[in-house]
Design a binder for this molecule. Structure first.
Ligand code: ATP
Length: 577
């Protein structure tokens, strides 16, 4: 993002405030009168008064300065209503624009393919807070930075009238300092924005982990979770250091804009007095302009002003994105709903990286609704990968998978997850009650339905041993054996009533009889059952068998493959021994 959208946004929303801003400028001029006249009056007080041994005259000039200070204070007092008149409508106008933008974006999200998580409320409150931040930042900038800048300009003008040559030196020096500051402001804005974004990433990473704390604990993924947040924190620390380095620009800017003009005036004062007929009072007045007018203005601009400008640029940039996004974003089609559960892979090619050889190459497969399919093949031929592709967990680089003729990426995420259930070899059993574990995929299941699933999968003995459905399952499954954990996940799949169930060696820890009972129960329950086979018996039970052998997958029945495929015959022989 460049600063242009932020500047355009500010300009658009300040357009109606020109009358108030003109009054603001007028009273700023009045407020700066003492800064403008201070050096001139001081020079007269010294030259015509104190050095001329006329102290009353000197005091008179100083009294004139005091009167001007009072006039300046009056100007300051008159500034505040116009400050409010400039800034308050800006907030209303910005809030209106960003709320409209956020609502449009939320509507797009609700009617678009992504889920509407987060809701309109969170988004709108976030952007209205940002609009409030713009109001506060601009208010501070107009109050403090404007005041100091006006005083700095007034001091330079006063110095020009008092001593043109030092004024020229100061003007050149200040211009160079401002040019350097402006040139490096972009770097600071970019680095500050990175700091803000990295801070948001820490929040996002931590929120995800807190929301999924149960899953993190169940999978013993605490070190990984800590690493994820740690990486985000390290990234922000690096960004903060880079930003701090970019702030070092204040040193040359202050040296050029403040110290150089003062040094030049002091160093050249003997020559200025001798050759340019500057009086002592004029030199003192010049020093006063530089020290009390120019120096505070430059310091404030570089320190507070710099921070304010950075914050304003970043927050305004964010608001500009919020306002512009809905207008730029094309409206996307609503998610499609599958009406049947035929699963079809068409010319699927999948590789784990651009450099790696494809695990699946141009694979086509039709699994009509209700089919019981076994997938077999030597180790490493892509059976688990195919399971992930069919479940829509990974996307093929070429080709695609459809469910009921609808490409998986077009399906509503929630519908896809409830339509296709994949049970992996590693049982996911988490800390909670046994009931919570069993109903994980169908939280509203009635006890009678749980009873049916438990009975079908033959888990009743384990339920009894643990002390019923409300018995606590400790983190990692506690005393549950590997086989019992697999039975829990199989009962969970049974209970889910998903139209497509994929078991990826999900019965490998079961006794063959228990495996047979579970597979038969899932097949009899209705829907499609795809079993990545662990034993030959799984293939024998299935209606269809897909043999993956890397080059040319073959589909058939157990009998036809046994007759036609030497590899399949070899696998069967291997399984039987
Ligand atoms: N996440 C991954 N990143 C990179 N390569 C992977 C990944 N997962 C699997 N592979 C590789 O892809 C190939 C196929 O793996 P996959 O697990 O799908 O085979 P498989 O037939 O299920 O094997 P097995 O029967 O041993 O479980 C293997 O060479 C494997 O090393």
């Amino acid at each position: 993002m460049t600063a242009a959208p932020a500047a355009r946004l500010l300009h658009r929303h300040l357009r109606g405030q020109w009358p108030a801003m003109r009054r603001l400028a007028l009273w700023s001029a009045v407020e700066s009168l003492p800064a403008f006249a201070s050096g001139l009056l001081l020079a007269r007080a010294i030259d015509d008064g104190f050095l001329a041994r006329r102290p009353l005259t000197g005091l008179g000039w100083l009294a004139a300065l005091a009167v001007l200070q009072a006039v300046g204070a009056l100007g300051t007092r008159r500034i505040y209503p116009w400050l409010a008149a400039t800034v308050e409508p800006l907030r209303d106008s910005l809030v209106g624009a960003v709320v409209t933008g956020a609502l449009r974006r939320t509507i797009d999200r609700v009617t678009g393919p992504a889920s509407a998580s987060g809701g309109a409320g969170a988004g709108i409150s976030q952007v209205t807070e940002q609009a409030e931040a713009v109001r506060a930042l601009l208010g501070t900038a107009l109050r403090n930075v404007r005041q100091m800048l006006a005083a700095g300009i007034a001091a330079l003008l006063g110095l020009t009238l008092l001593a043109p040559l030092p004024a020229l030196t100061a003007a050149v020096s200040v211009t160079l300092a401002l040019a350097l500051f402006g040139a490096l402001l972009g770097v600071q804005v970019r680095r500050y924005r990175t700091v803000v974004r990295d801070a948001e990433r820490i929040g996002e990473a931590a929120t995800e982990i807190v929301q999924g704390a149960r899953d993190v604990v169940a999978c013993a993924a605490e070190p990984r979770a800590a690493r994820t947040v740690g990486e985000a924190v390290d990234a922000q620390a690096g960004a903060l250091r880079a930003f701090a380095r970019s702030r070092l620009v204040r040193l040359p800017v202050l040296a050029l804009g403040v110290h150089l003009p003062l040094l030049a005036l002091l160093a050249l004062s003997p020559r200025l007095v001798e050759e340019h007929r500057l009086t002592t009072g004029q030199v003192a007045g010049g020093v006063s302009y530089l020290v009390t007018g120019l120096q505070p203005a430059m310091v404030l601009l570089v320190d507070a002003g710099g921070t304010l400008l950075l914050s304003l640029a970043v927050v305004l940039g964010r608001l500009a994105e919020v306002c512009a996004e809905p207008l730029r974003a094309p409206r996307v089609a609503a998610p499609v709903t599958a009406t049947s559960y035929d699963l079809e892979a068409e010319h699927v090619t999948f590789a784990y990286s651009a450099e790696a050889a494809p695990v699946l190459a141009d694979l086509s497969l039709h699994v009509p609704e209700g089919t019981h399919l076994a997938v077999v093949g030597p180790s490493g031929t892509g059976k688990s990968t195919l399971a992930d592709v069919l479940a829509g967990l990974v996307r093929p680089q070429r080709g695609g998978v459809t469910l009921g003729k609808v490409p998986l990426p077009d399906l509503d995420e929630a519908q896809l997850r409830s339509a296709v259930v994949l049970i992996p070899q590693e049982s996911y059993v988490f800390a909670g009650t046994l009931r919570e574990n069993l109903t994980y995929l169908r939280p509203d299941a009635a006890t009678a339905d749980i009873d049916e699933a438990v009975d079908a999968i033959d888990l009743a003995g384990t339920v009894e041993r643990l002390g019923g459905y409300d018995a606590a399952v400790p983190p990692g499954g506690g005393s549950l054996s590997q086989g019992e954990r697999q039975l829990v996940t199989l009962a969970r799949a049974y209970l889910s009533a998903a139209p497509v169930t994929i078991l990826d060696e999900a019965t490998c820890h079961l006794h063959p009889a228990a495996e047979a009972r579970a597979e038969r129960a899932l097949a009899a329950r209705g829907g499609t059952l795809i079993v990545i086979a662990h034993r030959i018996s799984s293939a024998q039970r299935a209606q269809r068998v897909l043999l993956l052998d890397g080059s040319a997958p073959q589909l058939g029945t157990h009998e036809t493959l046994l007759a036609l495929s030497p590899l399949y015959a070899e696998l069967v022989g291997h399984w039987r021994t």
